[in-house]
Write a protein that binds this ligand. Structure first.
Ligand SMILES: Cc1ncc(COP(=O)(O)O)c(C=O)c1O
Length: 385
C-alpha cells in the first residue's frame, strides 16, 4: 500500500522528550509503583476560585469564533499589568495580542518572520532549553543555532562568541528568563546588550517570559523594560503565574508592526483563546494576591526539599526563580542513568539532557507535586542517595 508522506521537519524533530517520561510513568504505574512526578512542569495548584467563577459566569448560550485581536478589555488588563509590574507603557490596541497559552505563539513566530529562501533564515535559541522555539523554527524552514547555557556564565549565552555575520543572518534570537530548566534569571544589563544587538543587526529579540512571576528573592526583569533600545517581543502566560495551564491564555507584546503581522497571520491559524477564557483571564491579570499565594506555595515546596539535597551533597545550580530545581548529578554518573535510578524509587525527574547536550551533568525537579508529596520525596531521597 502506498503510504502518505510525512514532513521531513517532523522526522527531524524526533519524539518530544516528555513523551518518553509518560511512557515510563504508565509502565511503572501498571506495576503498582507509587509515583511522585517531578517530571513535566504542569502546575497542579488549584486555579483561584474567582477565576473559575469568572469563566463559568462568561459561558454564553451562543458561542461564536473569537477574534484574533482579542477582547479590548483583556488587552487593557494586560497593558495595566505590564505597567504595574515592569513600569512600561503599552498601547493595548496596537502592541498586545492574546495568545492560546504562549506555546503556540512561540512555535509559530518563525512562520511570521522567517523567509526560508532568503539570507536571513537563522533562528538562534539556547540550550538546555524549552524545545518549542527550535521546533517551530524547523517547521518554518529556518536554520537553528543553539547557544549553550553554561553555569560558569550564569546560564546566560556568551554573546561575544557570536560573530557579526551570524547576528546579521538571524531573524529571531530567543531567550527565556527566568529560565527553564536552569532557573537562572537575566540581569537587566544582559537584556540591554541583546536589545542593542537586535537594533544593530536587525533581528527580533524574542523573550519567552513564562516564569517571570515565580521568583523567590527579587522580581525578575522583562525584556519589555529594554524595548526602546531595539526590536523586542515578549511572550507571557497565565499558565504558571495563575496555575491556568488548562485554560490556554497568554499574550504577545511588541511594537505595532509585529503585532500587526500577528493580526494578519493568526486568523488563518485559529488560536485565539475562547472569549470565556479571555474574560476569566481579565480577572487573573487584575489580581496579584493569588500570585503571591502561588509563589509562597512553591517556596514551601523548595524548602521541603532543599535541606535533604544539601545534606546529601547534591549541589543546587541556578534555581533563582521558576518552579524548577536544577541540580548537579553526583560525580561519575550521567544525567540519564541518575534519573532512571530514581524511577526505581518512585520519583520521576527529568535528566538534564532532555533539554539539550549542555544539560549533561544536571537533573531537573519540577515542583509540581503537593507540599506533602515533596516532603515524602525528601524522605525517599534521604534513603535513595
Ligand atoms: C519556557 C516555557 N515557555 C513557554 C511555556 C508555555 O506555556 P503555556 O503555553 O502554557 O503558556 C512553557 C511551558 O512549560 C515553558 O516552560
Amino acid at each position: 500500500m502506498a503510504r502518505v508522506q510525512l514532513s521531513p521537519a517532523l522526522t527531524a524533530t524526533g519524539t518530544y522528550p516528555f513523551v518518553k517520561l509518560e511512557e515510563a510513568k504508565r509502565r511503572l504505574a501498571a506495576q503498582g509503583v507509587d509515583l511522585i512526578d517531578f517530571g513535566k512542569g504542569d502546575p497542579r495548584e488549584p486555579t483561584e476560585a474567582m477565576i473559575r467563577a469568572a469563566l463559568a459566569a462568561s459561558l454564553p448560550e451562543i458561542s461564536t469564533y473569537p477574534l484574533a485581536e482579542g477582547l479590548p478589555e483583556l488587552r487593557q488588563s494586560v497593558a495595566r499589568w505590564c505597567a504595574r509590574r515592569f513600569g512600561v507603557e503599552l498601547d493595548p490596541d496596537t502592541e498586545i495580542i492574546p495568545t492560546y497559552g504562549s506555546k503556540e505563539a512561540i512555535f509559530l513566530l518563525a512562520q511570521v518572520l522567517v523567509d526560508r529562501d532568503g539570507d536571513r533564515r537563522l533562528v538562534v535559541t539556547t540550550e538546555p532549553g524549552y524545545p518549542v522555539p527550535d521546533r517551530g523554527a524547523v517547521f518554518a524552514g529556518a536554520e537553528v543555532l543553539q547557544l549553550p547555557l553554561l553555569e560558569e556564565n550564569g546560564f546566560l549565552p556568551d554573546l561575544d562568541e557570536v560573530d557579526a555575520a551570524t547576528w546579521n543572518r538571524a531573524a529571531i534570537v530567543w531567550i527565556n528568563y527566568p529560565n527553564n530548566p536552569t532557573g537562572a534569571v537575566a540581569p537587566l544589563d544582559f537584556l540591554k546588550q541583546l536589545a542593542d544587538l537586535s537594533e544593530e543587526h536587525g533581528f527580533l529579540l524574542a523573550s519567552d517570559e513564562a516564569y517571570t512571576e515565580l521568583w523567590f528573592a527579587d522580581p525578575p526583569h522583562s525584556a519589555l523594560e529594554v524595548r526602546d533600545r531595539g526590536n523586542v517581543a515578549v511572550f507571557n502566560t497565565l499558565s504558571k503565574r495563575s496555575s491556568m495551564t488548562g485554560y490556554r491564555s497568554g499574550f504577545a507584546a511588541a511594537d505595532s508592526d509585529l503585532i500587526g503581522a500577528l493580526k494578519q497571520f493568526r486568523p488563518s491559524v485559529g488560536t485565539a483563546p475562547q472569549e470565556f477564557v479571555q474574560r476569566a483571564s481579565i480577572v487573573a491579570w487584575n489580581d496579584e494576591a493569588h500570585v503571591e499565594r502561588t509563589r509562597a506555595a512553591y517556596r514551601r515546596k523548595r524548602d521541603a526539599l532543599l535541606p535533604t539535597l544539601d545534606r546529601k551533597g547534591i549541589r543546587v545550580a541556578g534555581s533563582k526563580a521558576t518552579m524548577f530545581l536544577w541540580l548537579e548529578v553526583p560525580e561519575g554518573e550521567t544525567s540519564e542513568a541518575f534519573a532512571t535510578g530514581l524511577l526505581d524509587h518512585g520519583l520521576i525527574v527529568s535528566p538534564g539532557t532532555f533539554f539539550g547536550p549542555a544539560g549533561e551533568g544536571y537533573w531537573r525537579m519540577a515542583l509540581v507535586p503537593t507540599e506533602a508529596e515533596c516532603r515524602r520525596a525528601a524522605e525517599i531521597l534521604e534513603q535513595a542517595l
